[in-house]
Design a protein around this ligand. Structure first.
Ligand SMILES: Cc1cc2nc3c(=O)[nH]c(=O)nc-3n(C[C@H](O)[C@H](O)[C@H](O)COP(=O)(O)OP(=O)(O)OC[C@H]3O[C@@H](n4cnc5c(N)ncnc54)[C@H](O)[C@@H]3O)c2cc1C
Length: 463
């Protein structure tokens, strides 16, 4: 059988696309969702059961449907939650919401497109002719489809130190991927821990440790030692940013923002005001400007843009204040065995001075890999066989402004799409639900238009 659409992946991007395809396609159509995730639809982000693992976007902006903005709020109310004000729901609740919504759409199957969930990992992709795309799955089957959307997410970032620099005896005390459940049970209450990375993942893991009874010392090391800001308890009004008329130099854009803040604009309001323009702004930057942004401004962007829910901040902040958590800005120089523990020698940022700490565990919280393909054998194979091209700056897969995949020579593949953070090279601001759900709707419209042989749709991904 050849499916009309193969959706590869099983996180939010895949679910959002499928929900939109279900609304767009007629009952004669077929969709296969290929995913290896046991918590289908929840992905890394929404499978946590811990109540302090909260959304970092208010519930009012997390509906799966751009045209039904209150849908998630209504679901929360149905479940007895009280989403008052800027309510930051538990991420586990959001995962349940997504599964509920998908299940109820699929239940009404009589007049709907047929959907098959295939629990497998896609290992290779071939395009033998012009007609179909073939996926080889790790259950030794081959799946064919006319249209394909890659919704693979991005992997966990590699450790910021080469693994051969870590003594063999110490390797088992390094948690490479804290999202794999189970590691917390190995930690003794008084163990000292070093977390690499100081972003949202670090904060999640510190709170998980505390709730599992950990009482030891936690060192955090990152290059700049910056930790995310929190959302304001009372949300400020968005402020329209003043962008330089002629220039797209990052330094000038930032200087403009700083002067707006000096004149009294609320910085959170300014970040929120910039949000609807970020994709356009990114697309106006050339490669050199984008590289400069990533080199010099990314760490600052992340802490201002991806903010903490207030209840999370109020749990985390006292741990900094009472010295349980110490954040160091520095660069790791050496990891060695130190009397049965792990000795970490690092240079402090801005000084030649080195410093050494001894801990029992190292936890890699450097966050998501920024849209590379190192985590995915499938993407690597597709890249090696020129089915897909890479973004010039390594920000995932090369796509056009309609999310269609581009080959290494720049040719657009008409029936291959990518959705989610893999498309960061084209859109940049494409990791959070409010952006992905728009992209998913637009890709579903494109696919539906192609399947019905209709004229090209006027509705386009923001270019
Ligand atoms: C901890 C965390 C918290 C977050 N919190 C928020 C938030 O509060 N609000 C917000 O808007 N955004 C948040 N995000 C951003 C988040 O990235 C998106 O909201 C969204 O979950 C991304 O979904 P995705 O489907 O693109 O990727 P993922 O969720 O990573 O899903 C990709 C899926 O593809 C599967 N897959 C990969 N390779 C293959 C293969 N070869 N074959 C088959 N299946 C494969 C994986 O198993 C996985 O299930 C958070 C992200 C993280 C990591």
């Amino acid at each position: 059988m050849t499916y009309d659409v193969a959706v590869v992946g099983s996180g939010f991007s895949a679910i959002a696309l499928t929900i939109n395809l279900l609304r767009q396609l007629g009952p004669e159509r077929s969709i296969a969702i290929i995913g290896d995730d046991p918590g289908f639809g929840r992905g890394t982000a929404y499978r946590s059961e811990f109540y302090l693992h909260r959304l970092n976007v208010p519930a009012a902006r997390m509906s799966a449907f751009p045209d039904q903005p209150d849908d998630f709020l209504n679901w929360l109310k149905e479940k007895g939650r009280k989403p008052i004000g800027d309510y930051f729901a538990a991420r586990g609740d959001y995962g349940l919401y997504l599964r509920d919504r998908l299940a109820s759409l699929i239940r009404k199957r009589d007049d709907r497109v047929a959907v098959d969930f295939i629990k497998a990992k896609a290992t290779a992709c071939m395009m033998p002719g012009e007609a179909d795309v073939e996926f080889h799955l790790d259950n030794d089957t081959v799946l064919r489809a006319k249209h394909v959307a890659l919704c693979l997410g991005v992997g966990n970032a590699e450790m910021p130190i080469a693994s051969d620099l870590v003594p063999q005896k110490m390797q088992h005390r390094i948690i490479q991927n804290p999202w794999r459940l189970g590691w917390l049970s190995s930690i003794k209450p008084d163990d000292d821990i070093c977390i690499l990375g100081s972003g949202l993942t670090m904060i999640d893991q510190v709170l998980s440790l505390r709730s599992h009874g950990h009482r030891g010392k936690i060192h955090v090391i990152s290059r700049r030692g910056l930790i995310p800001h929190a959302h304001a308890t009372i949300k400020p009004e968005p402020v329209e940013p003043r962008l330089p008329a002629e220039s797209r130099e990052i330094s000038e854009i930032l200087a403009g923002f700083r002067s707006q803040v000096r004149e009294g604009a609320d910085w959170r309001g300014l970040m929120d005001g910039l949000r609807h323009r970020t994709q356009y702004l990114w697309q106006e930057l050339n490669d050199a400007q984008r590289s400069r942004f990533m080199r010099h401004a990314l760490a600052w962007w992340n802490i201002h843009r991806h903010r903490l829910a207030p209840p999370v901040w109020s749990r985390f902040r006292p741990l900094i204040e009472d010295g349980t958590v110490t954040v160091h800005a520095g660069f790791i120089r050496e990891i060695r065995e130190a009397d049965g523990r792990i000795g970490i020698r690092f240079r402090k940022r801005g000084t030649p001075e080195t410093h050494e700490i001894a801990v029992d565990w190292i936890v890699n919280c450097t966050g998501m890999e920024r849209a590379g393909i190192a985590h995915s054998p499938l993407l690597q194979q597709m890249c090696e066989t020129s089915v897909i091209g890479m973004d010039r700056l390594g920000l995932g897969v090369s796509v056009d402004a309609r999310s269609r995949i581009c080959c290494p020579d720049g040719t657009v593949r008409q029936r291959l799409y990518a959705v989610g953070a893999l498309t960061a090279g084209q859109f940049w601001e494409i990791t959070a639900v409010p952006d992905i759900r728009n992209q998913a709707k637009q890709v579903a419209e494109e696919i539906a238009g192609e399947l019905t042989g209709g004229a090209e749709l006027g509705h386009r991904q923001s270019a």
